[in-house]
Design a protein around this ligand. Structure first.
Ligand code: ADP
Ligand code: ASP
Ligand code: MG
Length: 428
């Protein structure tokens, strides 16, 4: 039997009624002859609540216990989805990560998938089970402890199962009907993309387009998994999933074919993303000498804290310099404590933090061959009085750091500046 992976995000399983609707969609695919692997998230808001409880209980928590707590939301929805399917007479059972077992490394709260043995689930399919409902986001470490895959990690669970089982497709059901030129909740004129390349989706996800977890896209690209993003909120008699009503993530070659057929337009900029989840740290009066910067970033790297933008400011006094950089908001307290701890080695004067910042990024493979994308960005933001605090670029991306209050304005202005606004939608 061909295998299909269907992943339902938090809003798609937010209530018992939503679980029923999702289960109905699963039933449609079972009726077509698929063995279906359903990956579920926790009910929307649940993981945030669990994370909140952990933070309230323990400031510098044991990550193994964090994982034990925050993985629990998915256990509930997996069981409920299996029960709902059984009520529809669809043979189904639930699997927690450890039961599969979905094996990960020991990097608690950010674990990487190492292996998904297929024998347990395949044996059940062979016995007539039609749907394996798997709790997303969780696995088991070599030490036998529960791990989680980082926020949004159910997407990665889904892609990893699709790769392990050689699934025909991995359908990611969410609360929007595809990948848009920017977050459609911010820009009403955002346009849905029929397709987006793996490379662009990877970059968009990594700079904040949370519709897919970054790792899920990297894995799909590496394993050649066909991923489609589509809505679980459209009417039940809407276009069937195999007619591709959502956004398909495609290779560069497939994209070229779509462009040749006139089904996609080539733009210099494909999408715009924003990220409010970073915080800025400024270390003042760091000695301007070899090794100073290594003293700052070595301890952060050892603690698995990802540093993103880095600026070394011109020193105010001779022999000293200010170093500014960003870290994920969730790691700010830990980073600050680590740096304070190393104050003697680094030799800075003050540590200033600011979480009131946002990163705005424009992404597009068209940038590789087209100059002027960055200049358009800087000019458009300047015309609206938006101050740029830092800049980073890659081959297909330009990012700027700005004041968080200006996020929505910046995204809208850039969306218009790059000609991405949909003509028909109501003005935002
Ligand atoms: P789920 O719970 O289904 O995993 P998420 O909230 O993680 O859903 O991701 C879906 C959300 O991603 C959408 O509601 C939308 O606000 C946001 N989003 C951000 N950027 C984009 C984009 N470019 N296209 C579509 N959605 C986007
Ligand atoms: N429930 C987890 C989260 O909110 C995983 C997921 O939904 O993908 O991050
Ligand atoms: Mg998600």
């Amino acid at each position: 039997m061909p295998v299909l992976v269907m992943k339902f995000g938090g809003t798609s399983v937010a209530t018992l009624d939503r679980i029923k609707r999702a289960a109905k969609r699963v039933g449609v695919e079972v009726a077509k002859g698929y063995d279906v692997i359903v990956i579920v998230s926790a009910m929307s808001g649940k993981t945030n609540e669990l994370v909140g409880w952990v933070n309230e209980t323990s400031k510098f928590y044991d990550a193994r216990e964090y994982d034990a707590v925050v993985s629990s939301g998915e256990n509930v929805t997996a069981g409920l989805m299996a029960l709902t399917l059984q009520e529809m007479d669809v043979p189904a059972r639930s699997w927690q990560g450890w039961q599969v077992p979905l094996k990960t490394n020991s990097a608690h709260s950010q674990a990487r998938i190492e292996e998904i043995p297929t024998d347990n689930i395949s044996a059940k399919f062979a016995e007539g089970m039609k749907v394996a409902v798997v709790a997303g986001f969780q696995g088991i470490s070599p030490e036998g402890r529960i791990t989680t895959l980082g926020r949004g990690g159910s997407d990665t669970t889904a892609v990893a199962f699709a790769a392990a089982f050689g699934a025909e497709r991995c359908d990611i059901y969410t609360d929007v009907d595809g990948v848009y030129t920017t977050d459609p909740r911010i820009v009403a004129r955002a346009r849905k993309l029929k397709a987006v390349t793996y490379e662009e989706m990877l970059e968009l996800a990594s700079v904040g387009a949370k519709v897919l977890q970054t790792r899920s896209v990297g894995l799909a690209m590496k394993e050649g998994v066909r991923v489609q993003v589509l809505s679980s909120f459209v009417d039940d008699d809407a276009t069937p999933a195999d007619e591709y009503p959502g956004t398909m993530i495609v290779s560069e070659e497939e994209m070229n074919e779509l462009v040749e057929k006139g089904e996609m337009e080539r733009q210099h900029v494909t999408g715009i993303a924003h990220d409010k989840n970073e915080a800025k740290i400024i270390l003042t009066r760091v000695p301007d000498k070899p090794g100073a910067v290594a003293h700052i970033f070595d301890p952060l790297a050892k603690a698995a804290i990802n540093v993103d933008m880095i600026i070394q400011n011109v020193g105010r006094d001779k022999g000293e310099t200010d170093v500014t950089f960003t870290v994920p908001m969730a790691d700010l307290a830990r980073a600050q404590a680590l740096l304070e701890d190393k104050r003697g080695d680094i030799g800075f004067n003050r540590i200033i933090t600011d979480s009131h910042i946002a990163k705005i990024s424009v992404v597009g493979v068209g940038m590789k061959s087209h100059a002027g994308v960055a200049a358009t960005m800087f000019r458009s933001l300047a015309d609206r009085g938006i101050n740029i605090q830092a800049i980073t670029t890659s081959e297909i991306k330009v990012s700027v750091m700005i004041d968080e209050d200006e996020t929505e304005l910046a995204v809208r202005v850039l969306h218009t500046a790059y000609g991405l606004d949909a003509p028909d939608n109501p003005a935002d």
